[in-house]
Write a protein that binds this ligand. Sequence first.
Ligand SMILES: NC(=O)C1=CN([C@@H]2O[C@H](COP(=O)(O)OP(=O)(O)OC[C@H]3O[C@@H](n4cnc5c(N)ncnc54)[C@H](O)[C@@H]3O)[C@@H](O)[C@H]2O)C=CC1
Ligand SMILES: O=C([O-])CC(=O)C(=O)O
Length: 349
Amino acid sequence: MKAAMLRSVFRRSTPSSSAAKTFLSSRGFSSESAPERKVAVLGAAGGIGQPLSLLMKLNPLVSKLALYDIAGTPGVAADVSHINTRSEVKGYAGDEQLRQALEGSDIVIIPAGVPRKPGMTRDDLFKINAGIVKSLCEAIAKYCPNALVNMISNPVNSTVPIAAEVFKIRGVYDERRLFGVTTLDVVRAKTFYAGKANANVAGVNVPVVGGHAGVTILPLFSQASPKANLSDEDIKALTKRTQDGGTEVVEAKAGKGSATLSMAYAGAIFADACLKGLNGVPDVVECSFVQSTVTELPFFASKVRLGKNGVEEVLGLGPLSDYEQQGLEALKPELKSSIEKGIAFVHSS
Ligand SMILES: NC(=O)C1=CN([C@@H]2O[C@H](COP(=O)(O)OP(=O)(O)OC[C@H]3O[C@@H](n4cnc5c(N)ncnc54)[C@H](O)[C@@H]3O)[C@@H](O)[C@H]2O)C=CC1
Ligand SMILES: O=C([O-])CC(=O)C(=O)O
């Protein structure tokens, strides 16, 4: 049961004891000699933070798991720490413990901040979350400047530029180490495509590029595999459903927040890919919102090859259909202004 669940969570890594050993040994590690890796989750007591902490506890590539929040983390940490997997878990609460939570981290995952309620856009979260992200990134710059940062807090189109700007001001910016987590868009695109194409979802791939809000989310169904003969109407409907996936959950939760469980799954997939890259596993490719020259915009989500230093290569868009090309041009003004808003915030606050 444990093995089956984990196999589906970590696709290529299988953390139950025997499967984990197979995974690790196929990469030249015994479970004892897999590199030590510390992962910190900031916002660990929240709707995403709790299930994400659970999933990171199940990942055999993690040796230390630091769970930080402004409150509530002692309980979450005590709970998760009883699970009999590799990592040692510690909970940290409040400003005074942030330093200990961060020191020595290889990866910092940030799901800290407020979620949407029905009727709000992700940009409506900027007022509160921009300040939270800024102060957390200042601490990262001080205490673990070499960590890979996986930014989940919304609006991702602005919080990633905020983080970059904070790191630049502190003299520690390395564009290879900063990621906006857009994996949930890919997860959704795969699920919705598999349903429409009647394909086995486990074998489906769909790149999603652009950003992480409304029309800035651009799934490239023309590059989906396996190929399916879907009509233009179907592609339009799939595109819209992927773009509105977050809103679909916000409305269904009716005031009780936004996607948490599917986001925890997506965040765990992305952090696992980062860990594999750090450990030298070849050909680890995921979509992410990163510093980019793929378009004229300074940040853009596309496929990224992950390696020992984070981003090894930002991959191009590949051939686009006319519909996708139009979507690409249409998303640029909004994405540009969200990026600029993030940058301006750091310089004005
Ligand atoms: N990138 C993506 O695809 C997605 C992003 N999100 C975003 O993730 C964020 C978190 O969502 P939820 O977990 O549902 O919210 P939540 O409100 O359930 O949890 C947020 C947690 O952050 C903590 N927090 C607030 N300020 C903090 C600080 N300064 N330091 C550390 N922790 C702090 C809170 O105490 C709370 O436990 C939201 O901004 C949401 O929009 C949500 C889903 C998908
Ligand atoms: O929609 C939201 O507010 C949360 C989010 O980013 C998502 O579910 O994609």
